[in-house]
Design a protein around this ligand. Sequence first.
Ligand SMILES: *Cc1c(COP(=O)(O)O)cnc(C)c1O
Length: 406
Amino acid sequence: MATDATAHDSAYWMAQESEYYVHTFNRQPIVVARGEGARVWDVEGNEYLDFTAGLAVTCLGHSHPVVTEAIREQAGTIMQMSNLYYTVPQLELAELLVENSCMDKVFFANSGVEANEGAVKLARKYGRLHRNGAQSVITVLNSFHGRTLAMIAATGQPAYQQAWLPLAEGFTNVPYDDLDAIREATTDDTCAIMVEVLQGEGGVNVPTEGYLKGLREWCDEKNILLIFDEIQTGMGRLGTLWGYEHFGVEPDVMTVAKGLGNGVPVGAFLCKERCNVLEPGDHGSTFGGNVLATAAGRATLGYMIENDIPGHAARVGAYLHAKLEEFVAAHAPATVGTRGAGLLQALVFAEPIARAVVTAANAEGVLLNPVLPNAIRFMPALIITEADVDECLAKLDAALTKTLAA
Ligand SMILES: *Cc1c(COP(=O)(O)O)cnc(C)c1O
């Protein structure tokens, strides 16, 4: 049996972290013991309204009973078989994903970054077969595609790249939201363009009307694959099951992860039949499509569709947006704007005070993410209510007032 999480106080666990854990995270000083719905409790028993949802992961809320039960049942049945054999949850989750998207085939991975790696392998094979051997992928600045050696080359943020040179070859980063830059960067070697439909980690950046449609037309004209990284925007986050529906543009390949298992690590890439080019031996994974992970995914996605959670996210997201606009007006000039869609939104400050405001908000009892030095990201569970939004913004109001007074 593991130690009871509440057997020690926060200070003890924070000291354990600095003793034993590689110091790559600047964590907020809260040691979380448990969660339920949109709330978590720390080891001292303090309650927090959670507007981070494990980084846009726990879309149905923490410890959702339907997902918990599915995991319990699967854990007592069989957890891992490998892809040498067929297993039922994997195939049922595959069917759910394909029948509820514009895609035709799916491949399961263990995380977002692995899903992207698979999507790029597929694009390179497509280029080899159908575009005279083209192998390189265009991505955009301020994007985020994950932290493996290849995906930091795809991620257009020098801060993630500089310490790890040489970068993997075959990626070109061009300015975001700029069709001319894409056209200029396209060469005979381009096999794919990969973008988020709305940038998450880059600061909740929404493209201008026509950008994604323009990408679609350019890809069609040049026989290039359009890959949407929907790891953050998928699973109802923008108020539609998939972000591409919000923008009305279909990709050829789509990657998903974060919300798919409601907290159990599972990712996937999906593709249309015309670019379904991978064959036996081309790609694989020991755990990818694991029985436990896909049972959690099947329960999560099934519940989400049956209960129209994306529709709920759209309604509460519109409420959050309206309330954030009021908040911005009430706190100007310290606040300068808000942006986003559905339940992925940001509040922008005039000064780089986001981290200080989030720390003050923690003390008020709400968890938020300082996505940029001057912006806070809201990415709560999609099951939150308007009352949760009101509570969050009242606490944020107090936090901002205290920060500005300090
Ligand atoms: C989180 C994220 C990733 C990386 O996912 P991991 O599971 O952390 O590897 C990739 N792309 C986007 C858009 C993300 O938000």
